[in-house]
Design a protein around this ligand. Structure first.
Ligand code: BG6
Length: 475
């Protein structure tokens, strides 16, 4: 299989990381509006209320809300075929439980989508990318409460209808699989997914399992709703998946690695196989966890199967094993791989892992896949010639695209697009920094909040333009 002629080359962004305008045009407070900047060493602080003299990175971000037209010109110049955006729920329903949506919020996304279409860029719309109205957390307890499913579906309906006929590719959730980090971890992962701090959860395993289940049901129902509203809609879900390798061929370590990797798949199983997996129900039972499975859920799983799978791929890890050295933890638990280098933020660089993951996932489900995120977070500096020579980023992307091509052309994986994360510099989700840059386009916005917000193409901009032009023949 060759790369399709209409292969979707492009990028992915998320509202809270780029839009800014956090309190404009009727927007409510989203969970990420209360999170400060952190760094690799210092976790982001999560506030209950706004603190004085504190900079919250989402409040201005890169001001995409006002600058999206000029940014889209640059994406179009690079030849983008697709841009994945997210809809900030708190722009549409400021509190989440409002009886009417905010018209100005809807208008913003209609105009944004129109602008993409004007340049022949396919909009791919994520309905939930860490942007829940804080009110739903405070009043209802977030996704631990089943009522949130209904609020979410009302929001989905509003957007499916508002963008009907313009948007074909929809994503129900971004990375819901990270809701349950399994190991003791920083607060940020459970917070970005559900607005709840891991350290403050009373009955952790129970609450996280309930959230994971409710989100899975919500995704299936959203798929059905999307199909009902427009039968042309293709509705998928995005997962952040890491290959987890065994440290050696000791069968015990191989089994552990399988288990650690598999923990991220139960929601995909539910969404692709038409039922909530029995192995997960049994596991919960063993752990004394009770999931409230309603009689109608059976039909929701059966009807709401995904049309495609979106995969965010950044890194791989090595499974924990007995006698492992301490202090070499990888991103989502697991250990660092001594065969691989890491980014400055400790994320393993593993292009082959992308091929592995594409094969693994495609053989398991046989559904079309799109790489919805991939990229390198790095520090960029201007050289004396006034340019940013980000050869390290080109090298990273080139090696990943090579493996993507092998997966498609040799291994016959049906992959219909490749979107890089943060094609324009934006706020880092885990650290809140601007310094951790992913873009082809540099944005003059610094960690202390200063900067002109001016946009400047980096070397990778010109490189990726050629990749798209040649449909990756010219890497
Ligand atoms: C993905 C998220 O997991 O990782 C993005 O979907 C995020 O929102 C990206 O930005 C990169 O992570 P970070 O922390 O480097 O911004």
């Amino acid at each position: 299989m060759k790369l399709k002629e209409n292969f979707l080359w492009g990028g992915s962004i998320a509202a809270h990381q780029c839009e800014g305008a956090w309190n404009e045009d009727g927007k409510g407070i989203g969970i990420m509006d209360l999170v400060t900047k952190g760094s690799y060493e210092t976790p982001r602080r999560i506030d209950k209320t706004f603190q004085q003299e504190t900079t919250y990175p989402s409040h201005e971000a890169i001001d995409f809300y006002h600058k999206y037209k000029e940014d889209i010109v640059l994406f179009a110049d690079m030849g983008f075929k697709a841009l994945r955006i997210s809809i900030d729920w708190s722009r549409i329903y400021p509190n989440g439980d409002d009886s009417e949506p905010n018209k100005l919020g809807i208008l913003f996304y209609q105009e944004l989508v129109d602008e993409l279409i004007k340049y022949g860029i396919e909009p791919i719309v994520t309905l939930y990318h860490f942007e829940m109205p804080i009110h739903l957390v405070k009043k209802y307890g977030s996704w631990a409460n089943r009522q949130t499913i209904d609020f979410y579906l009302t929001f989905c309906r509003t957007m499916f209808e508002a963008l009907k006929g313009k948007v074909k590719y929809w994503v129900t959730f971004n990375e819901m699989n990270h809701i349950d980090p399994q190991t003791e971890t920083s607060d940020i992962f459970t917070y970005i997914i559900a607005g709840l701090k891991f350290s403050e959860l009373e009955d952790r395993r129970q609450t996280l399992a309930t959230i994971g289940y409710n989100m899975t049901v919500a995704s299936c129902k959203a798929v059905t709703l999307g199909h009902e509203i427009d039968s042309n809609n293709q509705v998928g879900c995005v997962f952040g998946i890491e290959p987890v390798y065994p440290v050696d061929c000791n069968p015990v370590n191989v089994m552990n690695a399988f288990k650690q990797m598999d923990r991220d798949f139960y929601q995909i199983d539910a969404m692709c196989n038409g039922k909530f997996p029995e192995y997960k129900v049994a596991e919960y039972k063993d752990q004394g966890i009770k999931i409230e499975i309603m009689p109608e859920d059976k039909g929701s799983f059966a009807d709401g199967r995904l049309d495609f799978i979106g995969m965010n791929y950044y890194a791989s890890s090595v499974a924990e094993y007995e006698g492992a050295e301490e202090g070499r933890s990888a991103l989502f638990g697991g250990l660092q791989n001594p065969f691989l280098e890491t980014s400055k933020w400790g994320w393993t660089i593993d292009p082959t892992g992308l091929r592995y993951l594409l094969n693994y996932t495609y053989r398991k489900y046989g559904l079309p896949i799109i790489i919805t995120e991939n990229g390198l977070g790095a520090v960029d500096e201007f050289s004396e010639d006034g340019k940013i020579h980000d050869d390290y980023r080109i090298d990273y992307l080139q090696k990943h695209i090579e493996q993507l091509k092998i997966a498609i052309e040799v291994d016959q994986v049906d992959c219909f697009g490749y979107l890089t994360w943060g094609p324009i510099d934006l706020v880092s989700a885990t650290t809140g920094e601007m310094k951790k840059r992913y873009g082809f386009i540099y944005v003059d916005k610094q960690d202390d909040g200063t900067g002109t917000l001016e946009r400047t193409p980096k070397d990778s901009y010109h490189w990726f333009k050629k990749v798209i032009q040649s449909n990756a023949e010219n890497l």
